[in-house]
Write a protein that binds this ligand. Structure first.
Ligand code: HH2
Length: 282
């Protein structure tokens, strides 16, 4: 397995959506030149990995064709990969393979099904849990025991990937993907249960809808996307403190600070690592 962490802190994955319709930054980096410039910004802010996606996975999003997804992501992956580790956020084998050919070394797979591609290409793989496709996943999500069910699915997929020869396998609970607010909070409170599998854990909460709902104003209006940094940082820190090895975020600079504060993840069951000492010992 390749290095899951830097010496000082857990990894920070910067989000780069080359889409017209992503929930947070849709349309902002849709042109190739703007996307590449944004990727370079994320690197300057301290991103260890830039995650390039060409299809929104927000609840209710409509699917795009492979041809369109390739048109969106390939030039961006190719331009950024000499400068930083690049992951491709896709559920299509064809897109994953083509992205690897132009420099991506990690497949971020919200369908948790592309491990044969990762094995064939010799790259890393992220298995994320979701309940059904984006179009219907938020309709009425139900679990008997959300933590146990998510962990079992991810452990099963990871075992298949490792048996197929994938050298680097990450697991991700898929916050917001077929989960109520309570499901999200329960999973966040038990990231340690995923860490206990011994697999490196990635967590993505950045700017997600449940943070807006939890930070709603007195009239019940959810906090808009641009006002969800406090919740994004709090949940990232919470996950890191329990041993997550990587967080996937829009606000890279702020999250790098939070990750430095938490320090290096211990990566072991029941051991959440140690908070770093302050310089003056206070
Ligand atoms: N969340 C999103 C997309 N990809 N991948 C992983 N591994 N984990 C996540 O939690 C995750 C993900 C959704 O966020 P975003 O990319 O910002 O929005 P959109 O799907 O609308 O493009």
């Amino acid at each position: 397995m390749s290095e899951a962490t830097t010496a000082e802190r857990a990894l920070v994955m910067g989000i780069l959506n080359v889409t017209p319709d992503s929930f947070s930054d849709g349309g902002r980096w849709f042109r190739t030149d703007k996307a590449v410039a944004r990727g370079l910004e994320l690197i300057a802010e301290g991103a260890d990995i830039v995650d390039v996606g060409g299809e929104s996975t927000r609840p209710g999003a409509t699917a795009v064709t492979a041809a369109e997804e390739l048109r969106r992501v390939l030039p961006v992956v190719e331009a950024l990969s000499p400068h930083v580790r690049v992951s491709v956020d896709t559920t299509k084998a064809e897109v994953a393979e083509a992205a690897v050919e132009v420099g991506a070394t990690l497949i971020n797979d919200v369908s948790a099904s592309l491990w044969p591609v990762a094995a064939r290409c010799g790259v890393g793989w992220v298995a994320m849990h979701r309940l059904g496709p984006p179009a219907t996943m938020q309709d009425d999500p139900r679990y008997d025991d959300v933590v146990a069910e998510v962990r079992a699915l991810l452990a099963d997929r990871a075992a298949q990937a490792l048996a197929a020869g994938v050298q680097e396998v990450w697991i991700d609970p898929g916050i917001g993907f077929g989960k109520t607010i309570d499901h999200n909070l329960e999973l966040l409170a038990r990231i340690d249960a995923l860490v206990a599998t011994g697999l490196p854990v990635l967590v993505g909460t950045s700017r997600k809808a449940f943070l807006g709902t939890l930070a709603a104003g007195p009239d019940g209006t959810p906090a808009p996307v641009g006002e969800r940094l406090p919740g994004s940082l709090a949940t990232a820190t919470w996950a890191l403190r329990q041993g997550a090895g990587m967080v996937r975020v829009h606000d890279v600079a702020a999250t790098v600070q939070a990750a430095l504060l938490v320090g290096r993840p211990a990566g072991g069951a029941g051991d959440a690592g140690t908070m770093r000492d302050t310089e003056d010992g206070s």
